[in-house]
Design a protein around this ligand. Structure first.
Ligand code: GLN
Length: 287
């Protein structure tokens, strides 16, 4: 029989030896999950049941091999809500909470009490589900193409009891855009990494779906194609809200301006990086 503290030290040391800078945090998350105890080291001398020990060792081994912690735990929090995650779906990032805040503020600030919202490239559903939870009168659609991501999206809608409508389809296809009209908000965190960034991914990010990350070439392809296509589905007065990568704000802003959008505003994420933009469609025939 091994005690909690002995096993903890052993797992933390194994992760440290593998070069993990967050070894203590990761070990803590694994212990909390396997022991169902928020504070597993409160009783350090307690014996770890052999089934939990086996589970802890197996998870530590997966983490040692570079699998993202979030995939191993199978669930991660975003905006205070739980989201199921695993291979095939992008892990919700705290940066994206800035995008959600933008949409909530736009709706509240513009008196949109029951906005019609489409989340393009919805993935796990973290944006769409959170918006439905925070704006209960909103009509929220989540558009996703990936057959690997769709089951997570549906699970997360059910898990959070959020009445979000899933639209299975390619956000770049006219036929998909034609399915949604009269939108007040189009929100998207599309794939935006450049070809260079795709070649230099951190080990954990390499385990995430390239389809959710790869923006092709300069990383801006989705903004160029989504903006004119989905502008048509927006109401006059409606907004488009994008997340993008570090250093892309000027170019994304230009794409919006070239497409006739006005009131283009950027927001920094919690790390101080210019991370999101909101822009308004002000007239019917302006580009
Ligand atoms: N923020 C993600 C990353 O850098 C990229 C997400 C995306 O391409 N939309 O890992």
């Amino acid at each position: 029989m091994v005690s909690r503290s002995e096993l903890f030290r052993e797992c933390q040391a194994a992760l440290e030896a593998a070069g993990n800078p967050d070894a203590r945090f990761d070990t803590m998350c694994i212990f909390q999950d396997c022991l169902g105890d928020r504070n597993p080291l409160f009783s350090p001398l307690e014996a770890v049941p052999s089934s939990a020990e086996a589970q802890i060792r197996a998870m530590t081994e997966r983490r040692r091999n570079g699998e993202p912690l979030q995939y191993i735990l199978g669930e991660w929090e975003f905006y205070g809500y739980p989201f199921r995650v695993g291979a095939g779906v992008l892990i919700p990032r705290p940066d994206t909470e800035t995008l959600v805040d933008n949409v909530i503020q736009l709706c509240r600030g513009n008196g949109m009490t029951s906005p019609k919202i489409a989340d393009l490239c919805a993935g796990s559903g973290c944006i769409a589900v959170t918006l439905k939870k925070e704006l209960p009168l909103a009509e929220v659609y989540a558009v996703e193409l990936s057959q690997e991501a769709l089951p997570y999206l549906r699970q997360n809608i059910a898990l959070n009891e959020a009445a979000v409508t899933v639209i299975e389809g390619d956000v770049l296809a006219e036929t998909t855009a034609a399915r949604l009209t009269g939108l007040d908000i189009v929100v998207s965190n599309p794939p935006y990494l450049t070809a260079e960034e795709m070649n230099d991914l951190q080990a954990e990010v390499q385990r995430e779906p390239a389809m959710a990350l790869d923006g092709g070439g300069d990383g801006l392809g989705f903004y160029r194609r989504l903006t004119p296509l989905w502008k048509r589905a927006l109401n006059v007065g409606g907004f488009i809200c994008y997340e993008f990568g570090m250093g892309q704000h000027e170019q994304v802003g230009n794409i919006l301006a070239e497409n006739g959008f006005e009131n283009i505003k950027f927001t920094r994420d919690l790390g101080g990086i210019v991370r999101t933009v909101t822009a308004q469609k002000t007239e019917e025939n302006n580009g």
